[in-house]
Design a protein around this ligand. Structure first.
Ligand SMILES: Cc1cc2nc3c(=O)[nH]c(=O)nc-3n(C[C@H](O)[C@H](O)[C@H](O)COP(=O)(O)OP(=O)(O)OC[C@H]3O[C@@H](n4cnc5c(N)ncnc54)[C@H](O)[C@@H]3O)c2cc1C
Length: 291
């Protein structure tokens, strides 16, 4: 298979800088399981620390113009997979309905990492429970486009997360599509120290409220507590129709938090990740009301 690749793609242990999306998809297809996309490289570079083997071939996607743009339309915002966290936070700065995503992209890791790490890498990284943009995009009902040579498929982010562990070689997350609608949103995270740490727990929140602040539609998503971020549907159902009030929302969250099975790690024990959820819900709802 590798013998059929143009020489410019390099030999074993190579990084091929793809000049176009078509070239990237061709290379990924040809490399098969020996190859993988290389976006910001902030996760891949730490593979040795995690005792994970590197792939034989990487296809760098950072120079592909169409993957580096944020298109703000009237009905939706479309984000190229190679848009960095820093660029995304800047692009969304004037759109209050996207506060949750702008905060997620603008507060993850540290400033240097944010200029490298991409939104596509954040969603695609397997076994990365603490990815900030995943819960933020879950509560915005995001869809993603996944491309391979000759094929492009749109699916919900939730379905992508389910498919992610078995995503066939040659497939590339190419864009994220987020519908525009009136909503108040917020992203809250608890790092152990002030910044630079992976968060112990994340709560992302989005709600449409009526004139009396009653909840007409709501999404709450939780990250870093379980291995994969997910929506907190029982809390959403309990908040629906009520006037949004942060302390009451936290009290309901405390009653329902038992449904989470926290993950143990060197950074934080499982029980702690679950215990902090009510106060993150209180902070998220207060921030959304103030947005
Ligand atoms: C010290 C440190 C702290 C960090 N803290 C946080 C944090 O708190 N919160 C947070 O969210 N992030 C954090 N990050 C950043 C995190 O690494 C990135 O958010 C993200 O997981 C990787 O993005 P990347 O573009 O660097 O991906 P890469 O490292 O290039 O790739 C990661 C994985 O995704 C695959 N991949 C990349 N792009 C695509 C694509 N378009 N389609 C399919 N597969 C793809 C790669 O093949 C690889 O398997 C931190 C990073 C560091 C180094």
């Amino acid at each position: 298979m590798q013998g059929s690749l143009p020489e410019t793609r390099g030999s074993a242990g190579s990084i091929y800088v793809a000049p176009s999306l078509a070239a990237a998809l061709d290379a990924l297809n040809d490399y098969g399981p020996a190859g993988a996309p290389f976006a910001g490289g902030t996760w891949i570079m730490r593979s040795p620390i995690r005792h994970e083997p590197l792939r034989e071939h990487y296809v760098a996607i950072g120079k592909i113009t169409e993957l580096r743009t944020v298109q703000i339309g009237n009905d939706a915002v479309e984000i190229g997979a190679a848009v960095t966290h820093a660029a995304l936070a800047t692009a969304l700065a004037g759109l209050p309905e996207f506060d949750v995503l702008a905060t997620a992209a603008g507060s993850a890791a540290n400033p240097a990492i944010r200029t490298m790490a991409t939104i596509g890498g954040n969603l695609s990284t397997p076994n990365f429970a603490a990815a900030d943009c995943v819960p933020a995009l879950l509560c915005l009902d995001a869809e993603v486009e996944v491309s391979s040579r000759g094929d492009r498929e749109r699916m919900s982010l939730n379905d992508f997360l389910k498919a992610r562990p078995t995503l066939a070689p040659g497939r590339l997350l190419t864009s994220i599509v987020v519908p525009r609608t009136r909503r108040k949103t917020a992203h809250t995270r608890l790092p152990l120290r002030r910044s630079g740490d992976y968060p112990v727990a994340i709560v992302s929140f989005a709600a449409r409220l009526d004139a009396l602040n009653r909840v007409e539609r709501v999404r709450v998503a939780v990250g870093s507590v379980e291995p994969v971020a997910r929506r907190w549907e029982r809390l959403e159902a309990a908040l629906l129709g009520r006037a949004l009030e942060p302390t009451q929302a936290a009290n309901i969250a405390a009653e329902l938090a038992g449904e989470f099975t926290g993950r143990d790690s060197v950074e934080a024990p499982a029980w702690y990740r679950v215990n902090v959820l009510p106060s993150l819900v209180r902070r998220a709802t207060a921030a959304a009301l103030g947005s």
